[in-house]
Write a protein that binds this ligand. Structure first.
Ligand code: HEC
Length: 253
């Protein structure tokens, strides 16, 4: 490989440039840390358990089509409305909602139960959803669709624009690093961008199919790792390494 001549290295940059780079890397590093914490707080609890898991990602991006909380009716019948109907009626309502609330069963099977057990409150107490009305009940049985297309489009483009700016400057600063082969450097610089695309693509794929949830985690982990390596080696080469060579020179004399 052709020997590259590197005129600027992180170690021999002038003090003002070093402080500029350092200030930027420090804020970005802190920002990445906060982003990690925020993901833990918002998505991390999506499945009701602390800590980020594949389930959290599935619940956040895919919606929960099976299980206890797939619609408002489900979650209420598992929650505060649990004791308002005998277990077999409750199960009947749950199964009906799970089957997609078919209209064919409404008049014959479901409405009579609702009228008997739910209407005393729901059709009479002001402010309560009148679920004896099919249109109102339809709202309650709608499945949680996960992140909507509109919301995903919005966060996708903000994420791509914003984050690529971060990686651009982190990568640029890192081009002045020494001690890495050009190829290693190139890979480290490109990795965050690649994982950024994987990350955003995986949000969409998870919406289609929950099995893609692990890609979200790999994507996020991948670009955090690559930028951590670049940030720390850049800071090290600007401040610690010059100090060490300076000391070594002192002791030689
Ligand atoms: C004793 C009165 C009472 C009975 C009986 C009752 N509910 Fe409720 N329901 C409430 C109250 C009060 C709320 C609002 C507080 C809450 O969400 O827990 C509510 C809320 C709900 C909600 C959420 C409505 C919304 O707009 O968010 C659903 C769904 C629901 N009930 C379903 C049922 C079903 C199905 C039955 C019959 C099996 C039933 N309820 C029987 C009093 C009742």
């Amino acid at each position: 490989m052709v020997q590259e001549i590197q005129r600027f290295t992180l170690g021999n940059l002038t003090l003002p440039v070093k402080t500029l780079f350092t200030g930027y890397l420090m804020s970005i590093g802190l920002g990445l840390l906060m982003a990690g914490v925020q993901i833990m707080l918002t998505h991390g609890m999506a499945d009701g358990k602390p800590g980020l898991s594949v389930d959290d990602i599935v619940y956040s991006y895919h919606g929960n089509h099976e299980g206890a909380a797939s619609s408002k009716l489900d979650s209420k019948l598992y929650g505060s409305m649990k004791d308002n109907a005998p277990p077999e009626v409750r199960l009947q309502l749950l199964k009906w909602a799970d089957a997609g609330a078919p209209a064919s069963e409404w008049e014959s099977k479901i409405k009579p139960q609702v009228d008997q057990y739910c209407a005393p409150c729901h059709a009479n107490m002001p402010g309560l959803a009148n679920i004896s009305d099919k249109a109102v009940m339809d709202q309650m049985t709608k499945h949680d669709e996960g992140a909507s297309i509109a919301a995903l489009t919005r966060v996708s483009h903000i994420h791509l624009f914003g984050i690529s700016f971060i990686f651009f400057f982190v990568g640029w600063i890192f081009t002045y690093a020494t001690g890495f082969s050009p190829l290693t450097k190139a890979i480290l610089i490109f990795t965050p961008f690649a994982f950024l695309v994987v990350d955003v693509a995986s949000w969409w794929l998870t919406k289609l199919n929950p099995n893609f949830a692990w890609l979200v985690i790999i994507g996020g982990f991948g670009y955090s790792m690559a930028s951590t390596v670049m940030i720390f080696s850049s800071l090290y080469q600007m401040w610690i390494e010059p100090l060490r060579t300076f000391k070594a020179k002192l002791f030689k004399k």
